[in-house]
Design a protein around this ligand. Structure first.
Ligand code: 10G
Ligand code: SF4
Length: 324
């Protein structure tokens, strides 16, 4: 219940809503969803998808309605149906197994994740051991570890891990790589420890944290400076969305992750007159509008876009799906 009694002409309490830009879908998510939709158009339903195509229930439910079946492992896919690999990437053994079974498979791995996969192979070929900065158990991390033989990479999750890291004695040098959706600030600290301890460590060519991750973090930082609270639309298993909550909190705002408008914590907004709103890279804009409209039921909302970057990145679709 809203207890603040100061209201505008509508009878509702005024609320300034700072909406971050960029927010929501990145180019890799857009491409991955299109791949599933075009695969259904091309092959007919059902089309299997290994793992949630992106970490968003609304997106997954929508594709399920169109004829996608989501599974976790390849052995759940029948021999006569196509399968799409999720945007987070897969270990090398997955396409190898699909090929040996004669399955039609489509790889929706984001090209920026594939770029990290290729860097892992190159560092391995050079004989270097790889310190990989990422979160244990995340599908992207499992996929990247699966590009090289066991023992080639060590997972570094924290500054403490970086301080304690002991490279194998037989390594011909060291390199580090990162997951694409990490906190820019936390990763910089971890990298600084590795570079202090191992001055010759080879850094990635360009940034591994992708443009969409860093742009969304910069945008939420800008709104958190001005807002007392920030809502982030995203799923609890969405790494990049969770990072936006952390960045907003570190920027001095209260922050909360919500999946849909039904989860808006109205009581939590008591006393708030400036609220920030953003969405993770896997959350569609329709959910942002849903949240804005739901807030307008309770408050006299004044919307303000806070734009910190322009995004023009778009990725090509795999051959054969360009115009299904
Ligand atoms: O943020 P994560 O990696 O958990 O994934 P997501 O599906 O929520 O967002 C899109 C990002 C990727 C596909 C990973 S590169
Ligand atoms: Fe690609 Fe970055 Fe989006 Fe991941 S978050 S799918 S790396 S653009």
């Amino acid at each position: 219940m809203v207890t603040d009694t100061q209201t505008g002409p509508s009878g509702r309490r005024p609320l300034t809503l700072l909406i971050a830009a960029p927010r929501g879908f990145c180019a890799g998510v857009d491409r991955a969803i299109t791949i599933v939709e075009r695969a259904i158009a091309k092959y007919g339903a059902p089309v299997y998808v290994r793992h949630e195509i992106v970490h968003n229930k609304f997106v997954v439910d929508g594709l399920r309605e169109q004829g996608a079946i989501f599974v976790e492992e390849l052995d759940e896919v029948p021999d006569d149906r196509p399968v799409v690999f999720s945007a987070h990437g897969v270990p090398k053994v997955v396409p190898q197994n699909a090929e040996s079974r004669g399955l039609d498979f489509l790889d929706a791995t984001c090209p920026l994740v594939s770029k990290v996969h290729r860097q892992a192979e190159r560092q391995m070929d050079a004989g270097r051991h790889i310190a990989f900065i990422g979160h244990k158990g995340h599908p992207e991390v499992i996929g990247t570890f699966g590009q090289v033989p066991d023992g080639t990479m060590t997972l570094i999750e924290t500054v403490e891990d970086a301080e304690a890291f002991v490279p194998p004695a037989d390594a011909n040098g060291l390199a580090f790589l990162t997951q694409t959706t990490l906190s820019v600030d936390d990763t910089a600290q971890i990298m600084a420890v590795l570079q202090r301890r191992f001055p010759d460590i080879v850094a990635p060519k360009g940034e591994d944290i992708c443009y969409a991750t860093s742009n969304r973090q910069a945008a939420v930082k800008a709104i958190a400076e001005r807002a007392q609270a920030v809502l982030v639309i995203g799923a609890p298993n969405s790494s990049n969305s969770l990072r936006l909550v952390e960045v907003a909190e570190r920027g001095g705002a209260r922050a909360m992750l919500i999946q849909r408008a039904a989860e808006i914590p109205i009581d939590w907004l008591d006393g708030i007159d400036t609220l920030g709103l953003t969405a993770g890279a896997s959350a569609p804009e329709v959910l942002v509008r849903e949240v804005v409209n739901a807030l307008a039921q309770h408050f006299d909302v004044r919307e303000e876009q806070v734009k910190t970057a322009e995004e023009t990145v778009a990725f090509k679709l795999p051959r054969g799906l360009e115009a299904a």
